[in-house]
Design a protein around this ligand. Structure first.
Ligand code: ADP
Ligand code: ADP
Length: 237
């Protein structure tokens, strides 16, 4: 499914952010990335979606190496990667529904006139996603009228609307209170299991990771120092 082989990233500044990282992530598996600040978690996520160009190694999504793709092919393949962000990255003055539909545009064009022309089938699917994340009644509200937890639910529905093969999730609960954080983590893990979607979650909250992740990967100074079940994680990783 998602296979990372010998991934290395050295920034132009000389910072070695990732050093020979190899991982294999199966369908439906929800993997939590933990590690201290500067460990390379964001760099790993950015190398997978190619916001950052790796120095060396491969990122294979369904056997296609994203690292080796031309810009044009990369654009196409990136649509198979669903992103969910810490600060939601919604378009505030668009409605919930419009934000969800914008996932099908690849986060680039957000024009209302364009959104109105979506095929009925896309609209139907967006309503089904809003129903799944518990926001059907809020479909026509503006994004900026929602609470943090609701906004993250929109972020989840938007990522799913592009029908991704993998989800990359960057600190999804960092701006949420503990109760809402647990609700969001539960929703994310249930959805990944239902859809057999693999996910990598950059998660700074270790107790939350232990409660919800099926597998935890610990990074330190760009290297994998732990890879196993949450129950096997000892506190000093
Ligand atoms: P995070 O919460 O991911 O640890 P940081 O505060 O480390 O975020 O980084 C914020 C932004 O600054 C990111 O875009 C990151 O890529 C960039 N950044 C981090 N370290 C450096 C650095 N040494 N030089 C240049 N940019 C950096
Ligand atoms: P984490 O997400 O675990 O906090 P990062 O991937 O942000 O770690 O950072 C890993 C290392 O790479 C750090 O040493 C950081 O300073 C460095 N780094 C991150 N982004 C950049 C950047 N854009 N330019 C230079 N160095 C960076």
């Amino acid at each position: 499914m998602l296979k990372i082989e010998n991934l290395t990233k050295t920034y132009a500044t000389g910072d070695k952010a990732l050093s020979d990282v190899s991982l294999n992530i199966e369908r439906g598996q929800v993997v939590g990335l933990i590690g201290p600040s500067g460990a390379g978690k964001s760099t790993l996520i950015r190398c997978i979606n190619r916001l950052v160009a790796p120095t060396d190694g491969k990122v294979l999504l369904n056997d296609v190496d994203l690292v080796a793709l031309s810009a044009k092919n990369l654009r196409r393949e990136r649509r198979r990667i669903g992103m969910i962000f810490q600060e939601y990255a919604l378009v505030e003055r668009l409605t919930v529904m419009e934000n969800v539909l914008s996932g099908r545009l690849g986060y680039v064009s957000f024009w209302r006139s364009f959104l109105r022309k979506f095929p009925a089938q896309d609209i139907q699917r967006a309503y089904a996603l809003l129903d799944r994340v518990g926001l059907l009644a809020h479909a026509d509200k503006r994004a900026d009228a929602l609470s943090g937890g609701q906004r993250q639910r929109v972020g989840i529905a938007r990522a799913l609307s592009q029908e991704p093969d993998v989800l990359l999730i960057d600190e999804p609960t960092a701006s949420l209170d503990p109760k809402t954080s647990r609700q969001i983590m539960r929703l994310l893990t249930e959805i990944c299991q239902e859809r057999n979607l693999p996910a990598i979650i950059n998660i700074h909250d270790v107790p939350l990771a232990k409660q919800f992740m099926q597998r935890i990967i610990g990074l330190r100074q760009g290297e994998v120092v732990f890879d196993g079940l949450p129950s096997e994680l000892d506190e000093n990783v």
